[in-house]
Design a protein around this ligand. Structure first.
Ligand code: GLN
Length: 456
């Protein structure tokens, strides 16, 4: 813990951490030492971990990257945080992220990183002029720069997989409902899922096994599936594994360097005995308008709780209740969050609900069905995580659509609720990391983790 605390501080220019609490961390580490000495060590005893600042924690402030929650302290720990602590993990601190997990580059955080006086971009350790990806950018950077062995992330439309790809690490989003959402500050509840980000699939399996399991009293969408040993298949042969390659993931929008790295990874799989099967996910392109209708709709509802009354920021000067709401939300939310709330309320409003929200829900179902058709011919699906390697900070300027379009390969699995893993697949342009994405059928995390492990 001391080693990683020192590293977190010495590398604070990366902007990965937003909060440290040395006293709390060292107390947890001492308790872990005592359990190790007593011979009662839990599976992750003493392992240093840090959490995306979307999970609420008692020992650290929880901001979700927003001014709205500046200085907020939760009276309880998120279920995922609690389960990892029960497994013996020691919490190093909280990691930067896009405001309410809305973003693809971690350029939307309104919170000052640890050691900084004001908001600052999170920097990709492979090239500090580039973005780390998002929204779990701090988590990816902390692991990639060896500031911590592993971290938690959350993935609504790619926020674990894409920053893992951009920073050359491994991250898995489990089947929707595997991990409890209790205490994970809500963005789009039908999509939000927690998962681990680490140096290897093996480490991800260890963490995921501790994180998952039913939480019926606190998250009604958590699945009634017992916790599993997700590492149980690690090392199994992949002879005869049928890897589906969707044509739609290799269209003209895919950068040649990324395509070359993914092709090379697929060839490696063939050498290991896997078979390549062409499949089709015909509604891949529609996943962008569908996701950017449904996610903002849910966000507009979830974020209505930030009204200046119960918790978080409250405007100082106001004339009446409506004025207090208006000023509080105008001051507390950043531009991207406001954009999402406006899009969401629009698609849910009378007269537009049928045309946008309901249509999107129907196509969401079709996208899930497309995956089931594909899985009749293959065991897992492989493709890129993102169309390009990490771009330069500020490159997308004020064009939110540029960010949205770059989510094309991660959104389909999110909309279908399927598990997806991102693992390093070599280097692309300018020696930046490329991520390979493997998507499994529901509950197939162990197979995904083994397939990833075989390339590591
Ligand atoms: N980039 C997507 C968005 O901005 C996904 C974010 C996420 O998975 N939390 O909504």
């Amino acid at each position: 813990a001391q080693h990683f605390l020192a590293r977190a501080k010495s590398q604070s220019d990366l902007g990965a951490y937003v909060a440290l609490n040395e006293e709390a961390t060292l107390a947890q580490a001492q308790a872990a030492d005592a359990r190790i000495a007593a011979g009662t060590a839990a599976p992750l005893e003493g392992v240093a971990l840090a959490h995306k600042d979307i999970f609420v924690t008692r020992d650290f402030p929880s901001t979700a990257g927003s001014r709205m929650l500046a200085g907020y302290r939760s009276p309880f720990d998120a279920t995922v945080v609690q389960r990892l602590a029960q497994a013996g993990a020691v919490t190093l601190g909280k990691l930067n992220c896009d405001e309410f997990a809305m973003g693809s580059a971690n350029e939307n955080s309104a919170v000052a990183p640890w050691g900084h006086a004001g908001p600052a971009p999170v920097r990709n350790p492979w090239d500090r002029r580039r973005v780390p990806g998002g929204s779990s950018g701090g988590s990816a950077v902390a692991v990639a720069a060896r500031l911590v062995p592993a971290a938690t992330g959350s993935d609504t439309g790619g926020s674990i997989r894409q920053p893992a790809a951009f920073c050359g690490i491994t991250g898995i989003k489990p089947t929707y409902g595997r991990a409890s959402r209790y205490g994970m500050i809500a963005f789009a509840s039908s999509l939000d899922q927690a998962g681990p980000m680490a140096r290897s699939a093996e480490d991800c399996a260890l963490l995921l096994s501790a994180m998952c399991g039913p939480d019926p009293d606190r998250d009604s969408t958590s699945l009634d599936r017992p916790a599993e040993d997700f590492g149980r298949a690690l090392g199994d042969s992949i002879e005869g594994l049928r890897i589906g390659v969707p044509a739609e993931f290799f269209g003209p929008g895919l950068a040649p360097d990324v395509r070359a790295a993914i092709d090379a990874a697929l060839k490696e799989y063939e050498k290991l005995g896997a078979k390549r099967v062409p499949v089709s996910l015909p509604r891949t392109e529609l996943s962008i308008p569908v996701y950017y209708t449904i996610a903002p709709a849910e966000a507009s509802s979830n974020l209505s709780r930030f009204d200046g009354v119960k918790f978080g920021h409250r405007a100082k000067d106001y004339t009446d209740l409506a004025d207090m709401y208006r000023k509080t939300r105008a001051e507390g939310f950043g531009a991207e969050v406001k954009r999402r709330i406006m899009m969401g309320t629009y698609v849910l409003s009378h007269g537009y609900y049928d045309a946008y929200y309901l249509q999107a829900q129907k196509i969401r179902r079709m996208i899930a069905d497309d995956f089931q058709n594909a899985f009749r011919h293959c065991d897992l699906i492989a493709g890129p995580v993102a169309p390009t390697v990490a771009w330069e900070i500020g490159a997308h300027g004020n064009d939110p659509l540029a960010d949205y379009l770059a989510d094309i390969f991660t959104l389909p699995a999110s909309l279908a609720g399927l598990p997806g893993i991102s693992l390093p697949a070599g280097l692309g342009a300018d020696a930046m990391p490329v991520g390979l994405q493997l998507i499994g059928n529901y509950f197939d995390e162990a197979r995904l983790l083994n397939a990833a492990h075989r390339l590591q």
